[in-house]
Ligand binder design. Structure first.
Ligand code: F6P
Length: 323
């Protein structure tokens, strides 16, 4: 393992820069040359490779986003695109690849591994936390803290105006951000794609709160919920239950930015280091993770196939604590 290529892919996540720093510094420590690929698979296909050294990653551990940029790549879904990428990697004498990304990234890596002989290691970098084989993905903790900071502000105005707020959070088709942030902000209800949403049940919950003279409330809606996003849910509730004046806030892409939390910085440093060691030890075509504080590795196909389940006890907790 003499030369490693590193890239970030999919939606950016706080902690990606800390992870890039860890990979580069670990490579240098082990006398391995490291190049960065710009814009994920797009840059791999276009041959946008840059040399990285210790100085390249100075003063980035605290920065959100990714210095290597990122992109989603339709071209990598084609065999011609992957072939072009492979030719570029060979031209640069790359012996191993480290990809920081989400399920789309590892889906591509898994297909590439079946066609070509350059080994991959994946690092789970997505705020969605929807990858099996790690308790937390890079960026998830920071995104949770961003959500609770925003919702705490919304709660101030909700209680001042006796309003019911429906707040939409990211997560694609997963409810991990919604569930933990809902508990952390003391939401009246949390709606997630993993469980069917019944508007009548939600209304019963809100009516119970009203009977306990709750004058305002917060409902967290995961963007992928089956009842629709926050605007759709608010409309459906309002049609049958109009006791509260309601408003909607879609938090959107602010959940993707910001300086990574301590938890994300340490996780990024651990996973970046472990990824390089895996390539050195030729334990490859795996996603590195941290489970119960132990470094683990999971085959790509297992990591991405929606195997990660929601903790039912956390859903029950929302109901119990919001009486
Ligand atoms: O996968 C991360 C994520 O932020 C999802 O939660 C969200 O649905 C999606 O990316 C948004 O994608 P884009 O940044 O391309 O709009």
């Amino acid at each position: 393992m003499k030369k490693i290529a590193l890239f970030t892919s999919g939606g950016d996540a706080p902690g990606m820069n800390a992870c890039i720093r860890s990979v580069v510094r670990t490579c240098i420590y082990h006398k391995i040359e490291v190049v960065g690929i710009m814009r994920g698979y797009e840059g791999m296909i276009d041959g946008e490779f840059i040399s990285l050294n210790s100085k390249s990653v100075a003063n980035i551990i605290q920065r959100g986003g990714t210095m290597l940029k990122t992109a989603r790549s339709e071209r990598f879904h084609t065999s011609e695109g992957r072939k072009q990428a492979y030719n570029n990697l060979k031209a640069y004498n790359i012996d191993g690849i480290i990809a920081i990304g989400g399920d789309g990234t590892f889906t591509g890596a898994s297909i590439f591994n079946k066609e070509y002989d350059i080994p991959f290691i994946g690092i789970p970098g997505t705020i969605d936390n929807d990858l099996y084989g790690t308790d937390y993905t890079l960026g998830y903790d920071t995104a949770l803290n961003t959500v609770i900071e925003a919702v705490d502000k919304i709660r101030d105005t909700a209680s001042s105006h006796n309003r019911l707020f429906f707040i939409e959070v990211m997560g694609k088709d997963a409810g991990f951000i919604a569930l933990r942030s809902g508990i952390a902000v003391g939401a009246e209800a949390v709606l997630i794609p993993e469980t069917k949403t019944y508007i009548d049940t939600l209304i019963k919950k809100l009516q119970a709160g009203r009977r306990k003279s709750k004058t305002s409330g917060i409902v967290i809606v995961a963007e992928g919920d089956d009842a629709g996003g926050a605007y759709e849910v608010a409309k459906k509730v309002k049609e049958k239950f109009n006791h509260y004046d309601t408003r909607v806030s879609v938090l959107g892409h602010l959940q993707r930015g910001g300086s990574p939390s301590a938890k994300d910085r340490v996780l990024a440093s651990q996973l970046g280091h472990a990824a390089v060691l895996n390539l050195i030890d030729e334990k490859t075509n795996l996603m590195i993770g941290l489970v119960n504080n132990n470094i683990t590795s999971t085959p790509f196909d297992k990591a991405i196939k929606h195997n990660k389940s929601i903790k039912k006890e956390l859903l029950n907790l929302v109901d119990i604590l919001s009486i």
